[in-house]
Write a protein that binds this ligand. Structure first.
Ligand code: HEM
Length: 518
C-alpha cells in the first residue's frame, strides 16, 4: 500500500488514491472545468453506465444465497434408481444455491403487490457444474408452445401507446388462447398475489428427465414446498399493502434472513415413465396441466434453506443469469416444446443483457474447475484458462499442451426420435376440464375473489370479449361462466340466455382458435 494509504482509502479503478472527492479541477474557484479531469470523468462516465438492460420479463426481483441438502432418496426409494445426478446421491450432501424470486410483467422497481406469476429460479453450484431450475410459483403456464411467448408477453405488458397495462388487451389475447384457462383461473384468484416470497411454492412447470447409471430415463416435474406455509392475498389486501409499501416482498425476505429466520422449502418430484401415456386425458408434456397427485405423488428429495443476503444487489441479483439449458449429468430435457424454446431464449438474452462473458461473473460462474477454449468478447478476463495449459493452444485436439475431452461417465442416454416435420398443436388439448376442476376446488373466499377480479378486469372490455370469455368460463364450469356473466350483466352463449351471435362482432368466431378442441 502506498504511503498515506490504509485499506479504507478511496481509490479510482486504476488504484490511484483519491484525495479530493468533493471538487472537480477548475480554472479558478468559479470554473470553467478542464478536460483532463480524469477522476471526475471516470466517476461520471461509469455512473452514466450504471444500468444494464433490465430483463425483458421478470425484471423486478429479490435474491438470496443458501444451500440444498439431499435426502439421498426419492420418497421411499433409492435415488440411484432414477438419476445419477451427483448432488442427489449421498444423504446429507449440501450444495450451495442462489435463488432469485421475481414478478414477471412490469419494470425493475414496480410494486411487488401486483397480480402476476412469481419467478422462483434456483442456481445449484454442484460439483459437476451448475444446474439452474428456472421455475415459477404457479405450477402451470398460459401456453404450451414457445412460439406464442412474445405475443403472450406483449398482451400482458403495458400498451405500446399508453404505456399502461390493459386488461382488455390481455383478454383479447386470452379469448383466443383457451389453453390459458387453468393459469388464468389461478392468476385471477388470490393465488395470483402471493403474500411474500417466503410463503409461496415453486415449480419447474415444464417437464424434464432424470437419467440413471444404466442410461434409462423417466420424466419428472419439480416442486418446492415452503415450510413456512402458503399465504396469498385478496385484491383488497394487496391494495392496502401497496398503499404503504411497494417493496414488501423484498423487504420481508431480506429482513427474515438478517434476523436469522431462514426460509426453507422441501424439494419434491413427480415421476412418470418416459412415454406419452395414452391412458391420461392430457399429454404429460403439456405445461398447462397439473400431473394428478393421486397417480403421481410428490416424492421428497431434499430441502433448501436460504441463509445469506447478497452483499450487492446489482452484482448478484441483477446480473445473475439462469437458463433452462443449464443441466448436469443425470438430468436431461424432455420433448416439452416450451422447455426447448425457453432453452434458446435465456442464454441469448443474457449475452445481450449482461454481455457475452456473463458466465465469468462470480454469481454465474460454477464453483469448480472451468477450462474452455472460448476467448475474447467484451469484458473477457480469461478466468477459464486451466493451470498448466499452454496459453498458445486455444483449440482442441492438440498435442501441444491444450485441453482434452473429459472421460465419459455413465451410459449415454440415446432416445430414439423420428417423425414428420410439422407445425401442429399436440393432441389431448383438454383446455377446459381442469380449469373447471380447479374452480370447484377453491375455497369460497378464493372463488369470490376470482370472480370479482375477472369481472372488474373485463368490465371495460368490448362486449364480444366479455361474451367470449364468459363462454369459455362456462365451458370450464357452468357456475363459473354464470357468475362472470352475471357480474358483467351479459348472458351466456351456448347456454342459457345469450342474444349475441358469433359473427356480430366482426372477427373470427368467439372463443375459438386453431388450438381449441371445442
Ligand atoms: C426470465 C423467456 C417461459 C420462468 C426469462 C427471461 C426470458 C425468458 C428471455 C429473461 C432472462 C434474463 O434476462 O436473464 C421465456 C420464454 C418462455 C418462458 C421464451 C416460453 C417459451 C417461462 C416459464 C417459466 C419461466 C414457463 C416458469 C417455469 C422464468 C423466470 C425468469 C424468467 C423465473 C427470471 C429468472 C431470474 O430470476 O433471473 N424468461 N420464459 N419462464 N423466466 Fe422465462
Amino acid at each position: 500500500m502506498a504511503q498515506g494509504e490504509d485499506k479504507m482509502t478511496l481509490t479510482n479503478r486504476q488504484g490511484h488514491p483519491v484525495d479530493n472527492n468533493q471538487s472537480m479541477r477548475t480554472v479558478g474557484r468559479r470554473g470553467p472545468t478542464t478536460m483532463e479531469n480524469y477522476d471526475f470523468i471516470e466517476k461520471i462516465t461509469h455512473f452514466d453506465r450504471e444500468r444494464i438492460p433490465e430483463r425483458v420479463v421478470h425484471a423486478r426481483g429479490a435474491g438470496a444465497h443458501g444451500f440444498f441438502e439431499t435426502y439421498g432418496t426419492v420418497g421411499d426409494e433409492p435415488i440411484t434408481k432414477y438419476t445419477r445426478a451427483k448432488l442427489f446421491q449421498q444423504k446429507g450432501t449440501q450444495t450451495p444455491v442462489f435463488v432469485r424470486f421475481s414478478t414477471v410483467t412490469h419494470g425493475n422497481h414496480s410494486p411487488e403487490t401486483l397480480r402476476d406469476p412469481r419467478g422462483f429460479a434456483v442456481k445449484f453450484y454442484t460439483e459437476d457444474g451448475n444446474w439452474d431450475l428456472v421455475g415459477n410459483n404457479l405450477k402451470v403456464f398460459f401456453i404450451r408452445d414457445a412460439i406464442k411467448f412474445p405475443d403472450l408477453i406483449h398482451a400482458f405488458k403495458p400498451d405500446p401507446v399508453t404505456n399502461i397495462q390493459d386488461g382488455v388487451r390481455i383478454f383479447d389475447f386470452i379469448m383466443n388462447t383457451p389453453e390459458a384457462l387453468m393459469m388464468i383461473t389461478f392468476l385471477f384468484s388470490p393465488w395470483g398475489i402471493p403474500a411474500n416470497y417466503r410463503q409461496m411454492q415453486g415449480s419447474g412447470v415444464n417437464t424434464y428427465k432424470w437419467v440413471n447409471e444404466q442410461g434409462e430415463a423417466v420424466i419428472v416435474k419439480y416442486h418446492w414446498e415452503p415450510k413456512q406455509g402458503i399465504k396469498n392475498l385478496t385484491q383488497q389486501e394487496a391494495e392496502d399493502i401497496q398503499g404503504k409499501n411497494f417493496n414488501h416482498a423484498t423487504q420481508d425476505l431480506y429482513e427474515a434472513i438478517e434476523s436469522g429466520e431462514f426460509p426453507e422449502w422441501e424439494f419434491c418430484v413427480q415421476i412418470m415413465s418416459d412415454d406419452d401415456h395414452p391412458e391420461l386425458d392430457f399429454d404429460p408434456l403439456d405445461d398447462t396441466k397439473l400431473w394428478p397427485t393421486d397417480k403421481f405423488p410428490f416424492l421428497p428429495v431434499g430441502r433448501m434453506v436460504l441463509n445469506r443476503n447478497p452483499i450487492d444487489y446489482f452484482a448478484e441479483v441483477e446480473q445473475v443469469a439462469f437458463g433452462t439449458g443449464v443441466l448436469v449429468d443425470g438430468l436431461d430435457f424432455s420433448d416439452d416444446k416450451m422447455l426447448q424454446g425457453r432453452t434458446l431464449s435465456y442464454s441469448d438474452t443474457q449475452r445481450y443483457r449482461v454481455g457475452p462473458n456473463y458466465l465469468q461473473l462470480p454469481i454465474n460462474a460454477p464453483k469448480k474447475h472451468v477450462a474452455t477454449n472460448q476467448r475474447g468478447g467484451q469484458m473477457d478476463y480469461r478466468v477459464d484458462i486451466a493451470p498448466g495449459q499452454n496459453p498458445h493452444i486455444n483449440y482442441e485436439p492438440s498435442t501441444l499442451g491444450g485441453l482434452h475431452e473429459a472421460t465419459k461417465i455413465g451410459k449415454e442416454y440415446t432416445p430414439h426420435v423420428e417423425g414428420e416435420l410439422v407445425r401442429q398443436v399436440i393432441d389431448r388439448t383438454n383446455n377446459f376440464k381442469y380449469a373447471g376442476e380447479q374452480y370447484r376446488k377453491f375455497e369460497d373466499w378464493e372463488r369470490d375473489d376470482l370472480i370479482t377480479n375477472l369481472v372488474n378486469t373485463l368490465k371495460p372490455a368490448l362486449q364480444h370479449i366479455q361474451q367470449g370469455m364468459t363462454d369459455l368460463f362456462t365451458k370450464c364450469d357452468p357456475d363459473y361462466g354464470r357468475r362472470v356473466g352475471e357480474g358483467l350483466g351479459i348472458g351466456i352463449k351456448n347456454g342459457i340466455q345469450s342474444n349475441k351471435s358469433d359473427t356480430e362482432f366482426g372477427g373470427r368466431p368467439i372463443g375459438t382458435s386453431h388450438t381449441d378442441e371445442g
